[in-house]
Design a protein around this ligand. Structure first.
Ligand code: GLY
Ligand code: MN
Ligand code: MN
Length: 463
C-alpha cells in the first residue's frame, strides 16, 4: 500500500512554489512503455519526477497540481480484458483514496479535461526537454483553451520549467528517501561481497572453463532480486583484467584469470531509489604488489574525498582532494615521471593526470543513479573560470553541500599500455565507489557493507 501522506506533502510544496511564483498549474506525465523488439517491451520503469509526487508506478498516468493545492490524476481506466493479460489497474475511482489526490479521471479523457484545467490559470508548468512530444501536446491543449477565449476563458500567459522546482526538492533527501537509500546500499554491498567470494571460490575449485564475467553478474542479480530489488539501477559493469580500463564496459564473457583484477560497478534499484558501488578486487583474492600499490593510492584518494564531504564544503571539493592524492601517487610510482611533470600543482595545471584519471569523482544520486540537481549554486554569481578541459567558461560557484544531499565518491586509476608507462602497471584499472549521505557534521557512507580496505578484501575472499 502507498503511504500517500509522503506524496501529499511533496505536492503541497510544489503548490506553494507555484503560488510564490504568481500562481498557475503544473502538469507532468509518467514515462511511456518502451518496445524492446517486436511485441516485447523493456521492463516498465516509471518517471522519477512523477513517482516522487505520487508513489504511483503504473504507465499511462498524468498528474496536475494547482497553486491552490488541488491535485488531479489521470490514469488508465479499469478494463477487465486488459487486466487479465497485463495485470490489475488502480483505475480513477479508487485513485483518490489510494493516492490522496483530490480527483482522478480516465487518461482517455485527457484531451477534453486538460484544457478545462488549464483554462483561467496564469501560467503552466511542465518538465522541459524530458518527455518526447510533451511541448507539442501542451501546445495542443493551450490551443483548445485559446479557441474559447471569446467565451471568456483565459489562456495561461507563461510557461515555466517544472524541473527547476522538482530538482531542488529532490536534491535534498527526506527521511523516507534516506531509509530506502540506506537499504538499497546494504543490498548492493551484499551483492558485491557475494561476487567477490564467488570469484575466489570458483578459482579455488578449478571451475572448468574458468569463471567468467557473466558468472559474477548472475551473482549480483541474484542478490539484488532476492532482497526485493526490482532491477539493477544501471547496467552492471563486471570487467576482468584490461576490460576495467574501458569506463563503460558491461559484463561480457571474458575469463577471470588468477592474477588479474576484476572491477565491478553495480547497484540495485529499490523502491525507485538507486545505489551505485564500485569495488576492484583480485580475482583469486590476493593482490600482486603492483596492483596493491595502485589500489592503495585510489583508496587514499577516496579517503581524502570523504574527509571533505561535509556541510559547507562545495561539490567540487571531494574531486579536488581526490585528484591531488591520485597525482601524488602518479608521481611517486613513475606513471608520470617527476623529471618531466614536476610537482602536483604542475600536473594539475598541465592536465597530464587525465591520461590515468579522466572522469569526475562525484555525481548526485537518488531516484536516478545520476540524479537531478544543480551542480552550481542556483543564486550564485557567474564568474570566468577554467573548466576541466582547460577552456575559459562563465560559471556559477560550485554547489555548497547540505545535510540530506547524496553523492558518490568514486576516484580511479586506469593504466593503458603506453610508451614511458612502467610495464608492471599496464592494463590495471581500479575504481572505488561509495555513496555518501551528507549529514550534520560530515557524511555517512551508505555502501560500506562491502569491505574497501585491501587487507579486508583479501580476508573476505579467503573465507
Ligand atoms: N555506475 C555509474 C557511475 O558510476 O556513474
Ligand atoms: Mn557513480
Ligand atoms: Mn558506478
Amino acid at each position: 500500500m502507498i503511504n500517500s501522506r509522503i506524496y501529499e506533502k511533496r505536492r503541497a510544496v510544489v503548490a506553494r512554489a507555484l503560488k510564490a511564483a504568481g500562481g498557475g498549474i503544473a502538469l507532468l506525465p509518467t514515462a511511456p512503455e518502451v518496445a524492446r523488439n517486436r511485441d516485447s517491451d523493456f521492463p516498465y520503469r516509471h518517471d522519477s519526477y512523477f513517482y516522487y509526487l505520487t508513489g504511483f508506478s503504473e504507465p499511462g498516468a498524468w498528474l496536475t497540481i494547482e497553486a491552490s493545492g488541488k491535485s488531479t490524476l489521470f490514469c488508465r481506466p479499469k478494463d477487465m480484458e486488459r487486466e487479465i493479460w497485463d495485470g490489475i489497474r488502480l483505475g480513477p475511482k479508487a485513485a483518490p483514496a489510494a493516492l490522496g489526490v483530490d480527483q482522478a479521471f480516465s487518461v482517455e479523457t485527457i484531451d477534453k479535461t486538460m484544457p478545462q484545467l488549464l483554462a483561467n490559470q496564469r501560467a503552466v508548468w511542465f518538465p522541459f526537454s524530458t518527455h518526447k512530444g510533451l511541448e507539442t501536446q501542451v501546445d495542443g491543449w493551450l490551443n483548445q483553451v485559446r479557441a474559447k477565449v471569446r467565451l471568456g476563458a483565459e489562456c495561461p500567459g507563461s510557461q515555466h520549467d517544472l524541473c527547476k522546482v522538482l530538482d531542488e526538492m529532490r536534491l535534498v533527501k527526506d527521511k523516507h528517501e534516506i531509509d530506502i537509500l540506506r537499504r538499497a546500499g546494504q543490498i548492493s554491498a551484499g551483492a558485491h561481497v557475494r561476487a567477490m567470494q564467488t570469484s575466489a571460490a570458483m578459482l579455488r575449485s578449478g571451475f572448468k572453463g574458468g569463471p567468467r564475467e557473466y558468472h559474477l553478474e548472475a551473482e549480483l542479480l541474484h542478490e539484488f532480486r532476492r532482497h526485493g530489488s526490482e532491477y539493477p539501477a544501471y547496467t552492471s559493469i563486471v570487467a576482468a583484467g584490461a576490460n576495467a580500463c574501458v569506463l563503460h564496459y558491461r559484463a561480457g564473457d571474458a575469463e577471470l584469470k588468477a592474477g588479474d583484477l576484476c572491477l565491478i560497478d553495480a547497484g540495485c534499484e529499490l523502491g525507485g531509489y538507486a545505489s551505485d558501488i564500485t569495488r576492484t578486487f583480485p580475482t583469486n583474492g590476493k593482490f600482486t604488489p603492483a596492483q596493491r600499490t595502485l589500489y592503495d593510492i585510489v583508496l587514499a584518494a577516496q579517503y581524502a574525498a570523504v574527509a571533505v564531504t561535509k556541510p559547507g564544503k562545495r561539490f567540487t571539493n571531494p574531486h579536488d582532494a581526490a585528484t591531488r592524492v591520485l597525482i601524488e601517487g602518479m608521481l611517486e610510482t613513475g606513471l608520470l615521471p617527476k623529471a618531466k611533470h614536476g610537482k602536483v600543482d604542475d600536473v594539475l595545471a598541465s592536465g597530464a593526470y587525465r591520461q590515468f584519471y579522466m572522469h569526475r569523482t562525484s555525481h548526485w544520486m537518488g531516484m536516478d543513479v545520476h540524479d537531478c540537481g544543480d551542480y552550481t549554486e542556483p543564486t550564485g554569481k557567474a564568474t570566468r573560470q577554467t573548466d576541466a578541459l582547460g577552456q575559459d567558461v562563465l560559471r556559477k560557484p560550485s554547489r555548497i553541500l547540505q545535510p540530506g544531499m547524496v553523492l558518490t565518491i568514486e576516484p580511479g586509476l586506469y593504466v593503458r599500455p603506453a610508451k614511458g608507462v612502467p610495464k608492471e602497471f599496464w592494463n590495471i584499472g581500479i575504481r572505488i565507489e561509495d555513496d555518501a549521505l551528507v549529514t550534520a557534521k560530515g557524511c555517512e557512507l551508505l555502501t560500506r557493507g562491502v569491505p574497501v580496505d585491501a587487507d579486508e578484501i583479501e580476508a573476505l575472499m579467503r573465507g
